[in-house]
Every structure is written in structure tokens, then in C-alpha cells.
Design a protein around this ligand. Structure first.
Ligand code: G
Ligand code: G
Ligand code: MN
Ligand code: NA
Length: 254
């Protein structure tokens, strides 16, 4: 309860920060963009991970102003990095609550406009469970986002129902293979490999990009390349870190 009250003021007190994790081309290691990951620098508890406070923010509705701040901040940041490499993209995680808000596509448009960005600079990550609710408002919002040129990625893909029908009904552009099949319990086993293969095939069939999450070592990178996966992220390429960290990475390759 104390955390709940605190969350309302966290934004005003500048306690929320975004960390960024590179997303790379698996064969060259070149960064194609970053995923923004929210952190709360709590005055007493230290850094609180989103899994500990996003669920609370969803219940209280604080996720709406927080989500707006995340979008604005992430857009401003990628606009700066695109001065160095104009092809870079920004992935932002979006919760079900945000997507059900009819004002959400307009929030996205405003954030893009404020930073002078084309929609193509932004990728929104949603989970399959959002689509399984099969809500008309969600479909409307996804269509409006598509009209802006914004791409949609299915996060943690492979852990839910993965009903193919949803891939046809909803405008989705990218599948992010859940890390449990990459470096988790199923990784390196036939099951994990077969699932990666299946998702890569699915990507080909539906013209979707595929990104592997949770790549932690060179062996996993090589295996994913063999399985036909083009892009990935994970501790092997870079942990989520503050903006200076990605500044430095860009400076060394440009
Ligand atoms: O960084 P970490 O592993 O703690 O992230 C845990 C989860 O929090 C991730 O699944 C991610 O989707 C979610 N998350 C991270 N940042 C944001 C954000 O800005 N908004 C929302 N809605 N979820 C986020
Ligand atoms: O659910 P989502 O995919 O948005 O969550 C991303 C989370 O995964 C981030 O919080 C990040 O800290 C974590 N993560 C990123 N790369 C790796 C990795 O290589 N290994 C593990 N175990 N976690 C990772
Ligand atoms: Mn994500
Ligand atoms: Na994930």
C-alpha cells in the first residue's frame, strides 16, 4: 500500500528511469535498435524492477501517465540516436491496460510528433494474452497504430497459446522468441530448438520478423543463426543499461 501511494509521486520526483538493451543482427552483431526497460529508483528500496510495480500501476491506473512518460522519453532518446544512425528503432513495452485505453494511439502519435519521428522508428511490444482477450478496442488501437506506421511485436512468444488465428486477425509485425527457449530450461534441448525452428518458419509464412530474447553466450548465438533466426538480444550483446552505455556503443561503431 505504501508502494502504491509512492508510485503516484515517483514520476514527479524523477525516480523513474529507462534503461536500454541493444537488439542486434545475429550474423554481424550490428545494433538495429534498443528495447526500453523501465526502472524505479526507489529512495528506500533501491532499484525496483518493473515486475514489482507495473502490476500495481495497472490496478491503480498509474500506468497511464507512466506509460505516456515512457513513450515520450523513449521517443526523445531514439530521435537523438537516429542522428547517428537513422535506421535505429526503439522498442517500448505496452501493457493490456494501456492498449485498451482509446486515447492510447493518440498518445503515441503525440510522442512521435514531439520528437519529429516517423512511426517506423517505434516498435510496441505486447504479450499474446492481450490478443487472447480479443477486445474490439484493442483491435481498433492496433489498426490505428499500424496507420501511424508503428510496428507491433509479440513479446514472450511461444509461452502462451500462440493460436495462429490471432496472427491473422491482429496486425502484428514481429515475434520475440521467449528466452526460456533460448537460454532457459528448454534451451539446447530438441524441444527448445524445434520451437525456435517453428517460430522462424511461422515468421517466414506470415512475413514477420523474428527476434530471439535472452541470448547469453556465443554458442546460443551460433545455434540461433543455424536455426535461421536473424535478430536477437541478451546479456551476450549487452545488458539493459543507462543511455550513456548505448551512446558509447554507437560512438565505437560510427
Ligand atoms: O527488465 P525486466 O526483466 O525487469 O522487465 C520485466 C518486465 O517488465 C518485462 O516483461 C517488460 O515487458 C516489463 N516492462 C519493462 N518496462 C516496461 C514499460 O515501460 N512498460 C510496461 N508496461 N512494461 C514494462
Ligand atoms: O518480457 P520482456 O521480454 O520485455 O523482458 C525483458 C527482460 O529480460 C528485461 O528485464 C531484461 O533484464 C531481461 N533480459 C534481457 N536479456 C536477458 C538475458 O540474456 N538473460 C536473462 N536471463 N534475462 C534477460
Ligand atoms: Mn519486452
Ligand atoms: Na520477453
Amino acid at each position: 500500500l505504501e508502494m502504491q501511494a509512492h508510485l503516484q509521486t515517483a514520476l514527479d520526483r524523477h525516480e523513474l528511469v529507462l534503461h536500454y538493451q541493444p537488439i542486434v543482427e545475429l550474423d554481424t552483431g550490428r545494433s538495429t535498435g534498443v528495447e526500453a526497460l523501465l526502472r524505479w529508483r526507489h529512495p528506500d528500496r533501491g532499484v525496483v524492477p518493473p515486475s514489482d510495480f507495473i502490476p500495481i500501476a495497472e490496478v491503480t491506473g498509474a500506468i497511464v501517465p507512466i506509460g505516456r512518460w515512457v513513450l515520450q522519453t523513449a521517443c526523445r532518446q531514439i530521435a537523438r540516436w537516429r542522428l547517428v544512425d537513422p535506421t535505429l528503432t526503439m522498442n517500448v513495452n505496452v501493457s493490456a491496460h494501456q492498449l485498451r485505453d482509446p486515447a492510447f494511439p493518440e498518445d503515441v502519435r503525440r510522442a512521435l510528433d514531439a520528437s519529429g519521428l516517423p512511426g517506423a522508428a517505434l516498435i510496441l511490444e505486447i504479450t499474446e494474452s492481450v490478443l487472447l482477450e480479443d477486445d474490439e478496442q484493442t483491435l481498433d488501437s492496433l489498426r490505428a497504430l499500424k496507420a501511424l506506421g508503428v510496428a507491433v511485436a509479440l513479446d514472450d512468444f511461444g509461452t502462451g497459446y500462440s493460436a495462429l488465428g490471432y496472427l491473422r486477425r491482429f496486425p502484428v509485425d514481429i515475434l520475440k522468441i521467449d528466452r526460456s527457449f533460448v537460454s532457459g530450461g528448454d534451451a539446447g534441448h530438441d524441444d527448445g530448438d524445434q520451437l525456435v525452428r517453428t517460430i522462424v518458419e511461422l515468421g517466414r509464412a506470415y512475413a514477420l520478423d523474428v527476434v530471439a530474447e535472452g541470448i547469453e553466450d556465443e554458442g546460443q548465438r551460433q545455434r540461433l543463426v543455424e536455426l535461421g533466426c536473424s535478430h536477437g538480444q541478451g546479456f551476450h550483446f549487452g545488458r539493459p543499461a543507462d543511455e550513456e552505455s548505448f551512446d558509447a556503443r554507437l560512438a565505437t561503431v560510427h
